[in-house]
Each structure stands twice: as structure tokens, then as C-alpha cells.
Design a protein around this ligand. Structure first.
Ligand code: NAD
Ligand code: AHE
Ligand code: ZN
Length: 370
């Protein structure tokens, strides 16, 4: 079939909107009509050329929601008409990783996913001239139709609005899950969140949900303060207003440091500040941000010797097919908020404007509706 897509032809270039060819679903695969997709900073990271796994030409996008159109042979858990959220972290429930309660990193399709192809080693997407296009993060939600493995789709309730719950496909689950699943924050905790964008605000609402007492937000952009307060931030610190090194300032400001600190910037210098502003003896620092090719983290080992813990989280530690439908329920029941974070909505033809808004710091989430 033909479908409309935003194609990343080359690193660093704007996406090109065009008709592309899409082959139907093969064994174990599902054809989905994408109804809405968010634009995450990770899409920009890959578009810009900063992703060591980035492949071109490709169809980016990994934060979508849509409807099953057709299922391939052997698909049992989904049928046409089901509402779904694509998962860049699959959940096969059978691999060594899925069977280990310590991780959510299902490996069933991870290696082919990283090569931009389906599990059989081929792509379903091509340009009208026959040039093959790579899939992205197993999702490619910047296309009106896409094909995914059955194990990379979470079935969700049918009354959930696509243009809101698409955000659960990455940002909401990542931020809230980092608090609940990875840090396991307890009632009364003090936390520091670096970066108050589409992920950091969800860390903040996750902290509120977990019952944290003090939620300190750190961002260079003072305009992020108002919205972060609406989600539960109790204190705001702009590093530009701090004289001297930031970490000792934050340790002092919080009376010893954060029980939990989170990096949601992707900047390795900030990751160090986050670790070093965690409380001596027990503070845990969670890396969420994705850093560019070649970037490395560093700190004095003494920071760890004296009890701080450095951790990372992917997709908020969530097992998508199990957890994503529950998070959709939380949204529908009013336990978490999404609507105020979706600051801009646009058609696919204007998707590059969504990337511009992100660069200008004007958006939290831009959502493309088809
Ligand atoms: P965003 O652009 O919406 O937000 C980033 C925020 O960080 C902005 O508010 C910006 O002003 C702030 N910032 C930048 N430099 C800073 C600094 N030096 N100090 C303080 N604040 C600073 O991006 P996002 O969509 O929220 O994504 C954040 C990061 O999380 C990205 O690196 C993204 O790739 C990553 N991410 C990781 C996962 C995961 O599973 N681990 C999932 C989604 C996104
Ligand atoms: N491909 C990059 C790393 C990108 C990365 O860390 N991705 C996160 C999700 S970001 C979503 O916005 C993730 O889940 N990683 C685990 C995984 O298996 O990809 C690189 O540096 O090579
Ligand atoms: Zn993302």
C-alpha cells in the first residue's frame, strides 16, 4: 500500500514529507494506522546525526497511538480494530530478559530493531523509486501506517484519545516509570530533577504520585518553572543564577542532597551534577537522558565509595504490554495528567515546525495528528 510519511533522508536535514510504499504484515506482524504521534527529543537526537545507531534514510517517530488494520499469520493477541500503542521496548514474555524481574529490556527483537529492519531482517518501507527505508526503534510512527511485531504493541482501551495517550508511548511512561519502577521513590523523599522538558515534567508528576515531599526542578530555561509547579515542583533552581559549582549548592539547598536525583537533559556534565547532588550515604541518581555518540560520564569514584548510586533507566523500567494499558487507565481516571504538556498539535506536513519549537524551548510536547 501507499502511505504518507516524514522521511529522514540524511542526518541533520529537515524531514521530507512524501508518499512511501509499505508492504503488508508477515508472520507475527501487525499493520497499524497511526492516528497521532509525539515528537520526543530522542527523535531529534537521531535526526541530528548524534545517535550511534542512527540509520538513513529512515522513518523516525516512536511515540504513537493507532488502530490495528491487519494482522499477519500467527498473530493471536490482536485483531483489526484494536487500539494500540507501539512499543520501542518489546515484551515477548519468553526471553531471558522478560523472565528476569530485574529488567524490562526484552531482547527478542532488539538486534534487528537496532538495524532498522523487522525480525526477518527486511524492511517493509520503501521510497516510490524502490529505495529501501529503515524502520526506527521498531516503531516508525512518523508514517500514517506502519508495521510492527505483535510483541511490540500494547493493546489499550478504546475510549482513550489518541492525540493524548500517544505520549504514553515514551515520555509519560519514561518519566513516571523512572520514579515508580527504577528509583522506587518512597513517601516523604527529597528529589532533584534536572531538565524540565517532556520527560522531566513526567518525572515531577511521578514524584508527586509517589508522595515525595520536596521536588526541586533545575532548568536553564526560566519559562519551564510555571508548568513544572503545576505538576508538583516545590522549588526551582536556574543554574545561571547560582554562583560557583551547582552540585554543592544543591546539596546545601536541600539540607544534604537529594534522596533521588534524575537527569532528563542528556548532557553528561549535568549527569555528573545530578550524581554529585545526591545525598551522601544513600542518594540514588537516575540517568534518563540520552547522550550523543562519543560522550562519556565521569565523577570521582569517591562519590560512589561514599554511598551514592548511579543508575539508568530505559522506558522507565516499564514492561510495555503489561504496564502501558495500566498507565492509560491512570490517565483516564485522572491519576496522571497529560493534556497541559501537549503544548502544540500539528499535521504531518508541519512536523519540522515541531522540531523547531523543541529547539526554541517553546514546546513541551508537539503532537502530530494524521
Ligand atoms: P526536552 O528538549 O523536552 O527537554 C530537555 C530540557 O532540559 C529542556 O527544558 C532544557 O531547557 C533542559 N536543559 C538543557 N540543558 C540543560 C542544562 N545544562 N541544565 C539544566 N537543564 C537543561 O527533551 P525531552 O523530550 O524531555 O528528553 C530529555 C532527554 O531524555 C533526552 O536526552 C531524550 O533523548 C531522553 N529520553 C530518554 C528516554 C529513556 O528511556 N531513557 C526516553 C525518552 C527520552
Ligand atoms: N541508540 C542510542 C541510545 C538511545 C537510547 O538510549 N534509547 C533509549 C530510549 S530513548 C526514548 O526516547 C532506550 O530505551 N534504550 C535502550 C535500548 O535498548 O535502546 C545509542 O547510544 O546507541
Ligand atoms: Zn522518546
Amino acid at each position: 500500500m501507499r502511505t504518507r510519511a516524514a522521511v529522514a533522508l540524511e542526518a541533520g536535514k529537515p524531514l521530507e514529507i512524501m508518499d512511501v510504499e509499505l508492504e503488508g504484515p508477515k508472520e507475527g506482524e501487525v499493520l497499524v494506522e497511526i492516528k497521532a504521534t509525539g515528537i520526543c527529543h530522542t527523535d531529534e537526537f537521531t535526526r541530528s546525526g548524534g545517535d550511534p545507531e542512527g540509520l538513513f534514510p529512515s522513518i523516525l517517530g516512536h511515540e504513537g497511538a493507532g488502530v490495528v488494520v491487519e494482522v499477519g499469520p500467527g498473530v493471536r493477541s490482536l485483531k483489526p480494530g484494536d487500539h494500540v500503542i507501539p512499543l520501542y521496548t518489546a515484551e515477548c514474555r519468553e526471553c531471558e530478559y522478560c523472565l528476569n524481574p530485574k529488567t524490562n529490556l526484552c531482547q527478542a527483537v532488539r538486534s534487528t530493531q537496532g538495524q532498522g529492519v523487522m525480525p526477518d531482517g527486511t524492511s517493509r518501507f520503501s521510497m516510490p523509486d524502490g529505495t529501501k527505508l529503515h524502520h526506527y526503534m521498531g516503531c516508525s510512527t512518523f508514517a500514517n501506517h506502519t508495521v510492527l511485531p505483535e510483541i511490540s504493541l500494547a493493546k489499550i482501551r478504546e475510549d482513550a484519545p489518541f492525540d493524548k495517550v500517544c505520549y504514553i508511548g515514551c515520555g509519560v511512561t519514561t518519566g513516571v516509570g523512572a520514579v515508580i519502577n527504577t528509583a522506587k521513590v518512597e513517601i516523604g523523599a527529597t528529589a532533584i530533577v534536572f531538565g524540565l522538558g517532556g520527560i522531566g515534567l513526567n518525572v515531577i508528576q511521578g514524584l508527586r504520585l509517589a508522595g515525595a515531599d520536596r521536588i526541586v526542578g533545575v532548568d536553564l530555561n526560566p519559562e519551564k518553572k510555571v508548568l513544572a509547579e503545576k505538576f508538583g515542583m516545590t522549588d526551582f533552581v536556574n543554574p545561571n543564577d547560582v554562583d560557583g559549582p551547582l552540585a554543592p549548592y544543591l546539596v546545601d539547598y536541600t539540607g544534604g542532597g537529594g534522596d533521588y536525583t534524575f537527569d532528563a537533559t542528556g548532557n553528561v556534565n549535568v549527569m555528573r551534577q545530578a550524581l554529585e547532588s545526591a545525598h551522601k550515604g544513600w542518594g540514588e541518581s537516575i540517568i534518563i537522558g540520552v547522550a550523543p555518540a562519543g560522550a562519556e560520564i565521569s565523577t570521582r569514584p569517591f562519590q560512589l565509595v561514599t554511598g551514592r548510586v548511579w543508575k539508568g533507566t530505559a522506558f522507565g523500567g516499564a514492561r510495555g504490554r503489561t504496564d502501558v494499558p495500566k498507565i492509560v487507565d491512570w490517565y483516564m481516571e485522572g491519576k496522571i495528567e497529560i493534556d497541559p504538556m501537549i503544548t502544540h498539535t500539528m499535521g504531518l506536513d508541519d512536523i519540522n515546525h515541531g522540531f523547531d519549537l523543541m529547539h526554541e524551548g517553546k514546546s513541551i510536547r508537539s503532537v502530530v495528528t494524521y
